[in-house]
Design a protein around this ligand. Structure first.
Ligand SMILES: Cc1cc2nc3c(=O)[nH]c(=O)nc-3n(C[C@H](O)[C@H](O)[C@H](O)COP(=O)(O)O)c2cc1C
Length: 202
């Protein structure tokens, strides 16, 4: 069994989503002792933004820019790691109502027509099968369904929607929200999320 673990917070050791994603991975290791883990810190080592040179390379026009060439290799590795994974664990903070840009850069490399999705006569179809994802979500405010700010939630909904578009519809969200809501709020939100992680059974 293969697990792909991604983190995207820029807050290093102070990051809530990193703490939660690492606890989910530890839980998966406890449940599946033979699991093989691939880790990427997308904040520490992000892919470049897509450019015209990238698109030309995807069409077969070789780049003579070593910087872009190395980045294209990285994008290829992202895809290989995703195809190999049975389980994804993604640490995702909310930044400016959405996901961090390094995670978006990863998404831009793994969302490839003909590889991870395709269009059929009846619409798009995800090509990633038999995978599940655990999303370790952290946010300063509260955006859960029913809250006043729910309509501004473009982080979890975007990530789960995108992954479902690619065929990964089996998503479990572990969330610590309202972490900026004054003393004790972060600790309470993290404690609740850790409780949820401890109850994961598969
Ligand atoms: C650049 C930046 C943008 C942020 N934008 C939002 C936001 O739009 N909404 C929100 O509720 N919290 C926002 N926050 C707070 C984070 O979501 C919160 O600190 C969360 O714990 C971040 O996850 P992390 O601890 O894993 O880095 C932002 C924080 C940073 C650093």
């Amino acid at each position: 069994m293969q697990l792909l673990h991604l983190d995207s917070s820029i807050l290093g050791a102070a990051s809530v989503s990193r703490q939660l994603s690492s606890e989910i991975v530890a839980r998966q290791q406890a449940l599946h002792p033979d699991i093989h883990i691939t880790y990427r810190d997308l904040a520490a080592d992000p892919a470049l933004h897509l450019s015209g040179t990238h698109l030309a390379a995807f069409q077969g026009v070789a780049s003579d820019d070593a910087y872009i060439s190395a980045d294209l290799v990285k994008g290829g590795a992202y895809l290989d790691e995703l195809f190999a994974a049975d389980i994804l664990v993604i640490g995702v903070p909310m930044y400016n109502l959405s996901v961090p840009t390094p995670l978006k850069a990863w998404i831009d490399r793994i969302s490839v027509a003909g590889k991870t999705f395709h269009y059929t006569a009846t619409g798009p179809e995800g090509l990633l099968k038999n995978k599940k994802v655990f999303i370790a979500s952290a946010r300063g405010g509260v955006y859960s369904a029913g809250s006043p700010a729910a309509a501004l939630e473009h982080q979890e909904s975007y990530l789960t929607g995108l992954l479902a578009f690619l065929g990964i519809a089996d998503a479990t969200v572990v969330r610590a929200e309202g972490v900026a809501f004054g003393p004790g709020a972060k600790e309470a939100a993290v404690a609740q999320a850790l409780e949820q992680i401890a109850s994961i059974t598969a």
